[in-house]
Design a protein around this ligand. Structure first.
Ligand code: FES
Length: 253
């Protein structure tokens, strides 16, 4: 996100003022949004994963609990949440967002930052960001389970039905798929390392896949936020059903 800044120029600031689509916004708005939204989501996720034992309400399963694994007293979310957590923490977009917003490192492009020795992602803990591709593999498996959950959310004791929860879980997995399969690492897996896109059937197939991933990738930040909110919304909805605060409106054939 660009902020309202002026190009450095010996000829003076106003003459070379840079206008951009975001220039009418105060420059604290984006970092404040990131800090508040990620901070609240982080606290909510900790509460759900470590301090809750239920996240299912037939036939719905919270995305924090899928696949549902119950072993001893360990909360089910613990077995699952590490994969999407690692995926988002190491995501190229989120890295930009939290480096800029939490650490001002830097706050924006071409903006000065507190003087610190910059070592990129070569030292702990930031070096772990280089494992993003492996987090992608784990998350693809989890998205597969979420698609299964979305399908069975339309199955009410063997009869087809549609509940508000079915729709929420379906929208959630669509948004998560848009986010996951627009991943920069997946885009490289699809089309990277090739010298020629048309020299073989496999290369042509990879080119088509790369083009598809690129469509999602171009709005990766929007998919990231939309899917973050949908995960929280799906879990909150199921939790409200679980505790009797809501009744799921549904139609069953
Ligand atoms: S770059 Fe964002 S999920 Fe891979």
């Amino acid at each position: 996100m660009a902020v309202s800044e002026h190009a450095a120029s010996p000829a003076g600031r106003s003459r070379y003022a840079v206008r951009n689509p975001y220039s009418v916004l105060p420059n604290w708005l984006y970092p404040a949004f990131v800090v508040i939204a990620l901070g609240l989501f982080g606290l909510f996720a900790i509460w759900v994963v470590f301090f809750q034992n239920r996240g299912d309400f037939y036939p719905y399963v919270s995305p924090f609990y899928s696949p549902l694994i119950t072993v001893g007293p360990i909360p089910p979310g613990v077995w699952v949440a590490w994969a999407p957590l690692a995926f988002r923490l190491t995501c190229y977009y989120y890295r930009k967002a939290y480096f800029r917003s939490f650490f001002w490192h830097p706050r924006s492009c071409a903006v000065d930052e507190p003087k610190r020795r910059y070592r990129g992602e070569t030292v702990f803990p930031w070096v772990l960001n280089n494992f993003h591709r492996f987090a992608f593999y784990a998350t693809v498996v989890q998205v597969g389970f979420l698609w299964f959950d979305a399908v069975i959310a339309f199955d009410f004791h063997g009869r087809f039905g549609v509940g508000l929860g079915s729709v929420i879980l379906l929208v959630n997995v669509l948004l998560l798929s848009g986010y996951t399969f627009g991943c920069h690492a997946f885009r490289h897996l699809a089309g990277g390392g090739l010298d020629c896109f048309s020299c073989s059937t496999a290369a042509r197939a990879r080119f088509q896949l790369w083009k598809g991933v690129s469509v999602l990738n171009i709005r990766h930040d929007r998919w990231a936020w939309a899917s973050l909110f949908s995960v929280a919304a799906a879990d909150i909805y199921i939790r409200l059903l679980l505790h009797g605060f809501l009744v799921d409106p549904r139609w069953i054939s």
